[in-house]
Ligand binder design. Structure first.
Ligand code: ACO
Length: 429
């Protein structure tokens, strides 16, 4: 009868240890007993960038990177994108189950009720430079919200936690739209709570002199689907930031600002912006082969390609590609799609990309849709952050309720100077 254990022999001492295997993992702390002598600290694992380390058990999102599978709480992303709404998916991600009709109505009401921002937020938004990057504004605004809701520090009070979650999901589109309006020099538009979550967001982005904004239903649905596709992605860089900062028991606004900051980088949520910059730089389908050559020569990366976990197609990219054409039917085709398709075609038959299992990720096509909708590149990561807020909050709450979690504090392998005595500046060469 095979045992769920791992037997390791320490060749330094000849001692053998039997470590339990649970859920396909050994516990890092079980290595600590492996010592050369009593003074030894004990063995650690070295895993820069968490390449093979599970930092938590989770019930939220399942990814099988080899098979290209993504599920929220067990539900395939394709089904949610086809049949759910963003708020229903947000409820699912946070609560673990799909809501019944009255639960969804109540959740929608709670979110809708919190869409407005304090007038002082508008005032400090005014102080940002005219060309401030919307992600910079978003990150600082989310952090600033903790000063408006000091009770958010009661992170072990479930009811208070819920209120902050509603506020964050509700206010993210308002903040995002105000960032966009600031960049354009346009006055802010207050939320219209008679519209849907995505419809209201469009109103806050695009409403001009009309007394009421009527969103185009195809674009409204496309935005909602994009929010669903971005809603969670298990232990990615920003979720890890949310959990890590949250583990110090910081309030959710501060933790979420950190998560949004992690998302900002071009290797994470900033990749949709970088992908469009790259497509613009390529400029024409005929330049694609040369561009691919330059990537293979190490002169940059194919932005929107590759993923730490997906080694097959990113299932979100499939949904987005289809969505792009629905949006183009309304707003006209974004010519960058032709360059993107050619890039994908050439890359997917090239050994360099095949061997490294590099496929388009969610960011390869999302920017093309956003741009077709009339949104500037630097707003793209902000749109990502709106959807991901649901996931960040669910990850944060799961971390707080997990008895095994403590303040996140990795170890290091110190390779610096040994002890040495301070030398006065006059005596240094
Ligand atoms: N273009 C060209 N080569 C690439 C790319 C790319 N986009 N991504 C990885 N590679 C190559 C690397 O150069 C490396 O090659 P080597 O083995 O010859 O050195 C190999 O593939 C492995 O790359 P790593 O950087 O080790 O892969 P990692 O898992 O650390 O990185 C990441 C994943 C950051 C997503 C990477 O693929 C990348 O930079 N992609 C472009 C940015 C991007 O699209 N990010 C969005 C990710 S999805 C999201 O956050 C929503």
């Amino acid at each position: 009868m095979p045992k769920d254990t791992l037997t390791v022999t320490d060749n330094r001492t000849g001692k053998t240890y039997e470590l339990p295997i649970e859920n396909g993992t050994i516990r890092g702390m079980d290595l600590r007993q492996i010592k050369v002598d009593d003074d030894d600290f004990g063995l650690m694992s070295y895993d820069p960038a968490f390449g093979n380390t599970a930092s938590t058990k989770s019930n939220i999102t399942f990814i099988d990177g080899e098979k290209g599978i993504l599920r929220y709480r067990g539900y395939p992303i394709e089904q949610l994108a086809e049949r759910s709404s963003f708020l229903e998916t947000a409820y699912l991600i946070i609560n673990g189950e799909l809501p019944n009709r009255s639960q969804l109505e109540m959740f929608t009401h709670n979110i809708t009720y919190h869409t407005m921002l304090h007038e002082n937020v508008r005032k400090f938004h005014d102080r940002f430079r005219y060309d401030a990057h919307p992600m910079g504004i978003l990150i600082s605004t989310v952090a600033a919200l903790s000063t408006f809701y000091p009770e958010a520090k009661n992170i072990f009070d479930k009811e208070s936690r819920r209120t902050q979650m509603y506020r964050l999901i509700a206010k993210m589109p308002t903040i995002a739209a105000w960032c966009f309006r600031h960049r354009r020099g346009l006055p802010v538009v207050q939320p219209d709570n008679d519209l849907s979550y995505s419809g209201n967001f469009m109103s806050m982005l695009f409403r001009m002199a009309e007394s009421r904004y009527t969103p185009n239903p195809t674009i409204e649905r496309a935005l909602d689907v994009l929010f669903i596709l971005h809603a969670d992605h298990e232990q990615n860089c920003s979720a890890n930031a949310m959990r890590s900062v949250g583990s110090s028991q910081a309030d959710p606004y501060s933790a979420l600002a950190a998560a949004a900051a992690a998302l900002y980088g071009p290797l994470h949520g900033g990749a949709n912006e970088s992908a469009i910059r790259m497509l613009n730089q390529i400029g024409h389908v005929k330049h694609v082969p040369d561009f691919v050559k330059s990537v293979k020569a190490g002169e940059g990366r194919l932005m929107g390609f590759g993923h730490r976990v997906y080694k097959n197609y990113d299932p979100r990219a499939k949904v987005i590609k289809k969505l792009a054409y629905e949006v183009f039917d309304v707003v006209g085709k974004n010519p960058l799609i032709d360059i993107a398709l050619e890039l994908e075609r050439i890359a997917l038959q090239d050994d360099y990309f095949i061997q490294r299992k590099l496929y388009p990720n969610v960011d390869f096509y999302s920017g093309i849709i956003y741009q077709a909708m009339g949104l500037p590149m630097d707003v793209f990561p902000v749109l990502f952050a709106i959807g991901r807020t649901a996931g960040w909050l669910a990850q944060w709450e799961e971390m707080l309720e997990d008895d095994e979690q403590r303040i996140a504090r990795p170890r290091q392998v110190y390779l610096g100077a040994d002890k040495r005595d301070y030398i006065a500046i006059s005596d240094r060469s």
